[in-house]
Design a binder for this molecule. Sequence first.
Ligand code: HEC
Length: 382
Amino acid sequence: MIRHDEANQAALRTSRILPALLVFLLGGANLCPAAAETPSGRDLYRQNCMACHGVDGTGAPASMVGFDVPLPDFTDSSFASRETAGDWVVVAREGGPARGFSEIMPAFGDALTETELLAIVNYVHTFYTDKRWARGELNLPRALVTTKAFPEDELVLSTGYRHEDPGKLSNKVIYERRLGPHNQVELIVPFGWADQSSAATNDTDWQSSIGDVGLAFKRVMFHSLETGSIVSLGAEVFAPTGDKDRRFGSDTTVFEPYLAYGQLLPLECFFQAQTGFIVPCDSQEREDEVFWRGVLGHSFFTGAYERAWSPMVEILGSKKFTSRVRTQWDIVPQIQINLNTRQHVRLGVGARIPLNDKDTRKPEYIVYLLWDWFDGGFFEGW
Ligand code: HEC
């Protein structure tokens, strides 16, 4: 009896200790009772989201869900990688309309805590497997001058006005397109109006002109959400399509190789930098130049839908190689505002203010309108 009892007790003890030991060895966190009680992102996803989004994140078939609004495919790396956890938490908390989506996507704000929503969203982000695509968190707000490291699918119309005599209004249409996980190509078409009147006449004579059309290529060399950094190499080439006499264009082909860097900082702050060269084919027409640019910014979010506002300040430096002109410095205070609910149409405004040689260089007021066309049509999601 005793033996039997003892054996029983021993068996009972082993049956408790062994699994506990195994659990401890495989991942100690599960031993903690609190952790065991909190459902994981995976469990919460299965309870709350799976019915519509499918067990694998590709979306349940329309015949099963009973509506025909297309469901997102969370396994599509090109799409899922560029969505930030923050944006998805807002959609899950407030419902589809918070980002201009269908109201069929329910609001879970009353049912789930912020921590639970984040756990689900982090789980949803494990559905896409091609980690060569940089995460959307590294896609920092676009500064007025400094080129960002993140590759984009966007269309930008930018306008600059420099209060000089005679006056000039310069615009640029920029079309950017991602090619695969790392690369981006870009077409830049500058155009504008310049006052052609001479000092002798009092009349203004504004004439339109196209500028030097540019083609650009950018490639992400490194990105990491853990360190919050992204580094890219790029090059732009501008053809002499502009009319130099009308003050548009430089009459020579110009190359601009550069290195771009983006860094997330604590407290929703960020830093971006770009450095490169401006290398004209014909140095009689334009001088070689080296430039360096830095941006420090902060994003804050207003309202339940968390509209993003990003004030930034850029410092720009450039030095011509040959001439005795000293290094030129500019400061560019500015703000980027997300205009619509989807947050894929944005406005940037600011002024490029010379810090030296102020009598020859005048401030330029710059504004851009940006449409991230990958996220939907221009008129969608307002
Ligand atoms: C009743 C069905 C349903 C449930 C349940 C549901 N969703 Fe959705 N969800 C949708 C639909 C439909 C859309 C697409 C809306 C659109 O494109 O207009 C969507 C879109 C989304 C998007 C937007 C993706 C993008 O395009 O950026 C996210 C994120 C999302 N759901 C997360 C969740 C999470 C997380 C849960 C669970 C907590 C959940 N959904 C539960 C129906 C549902």
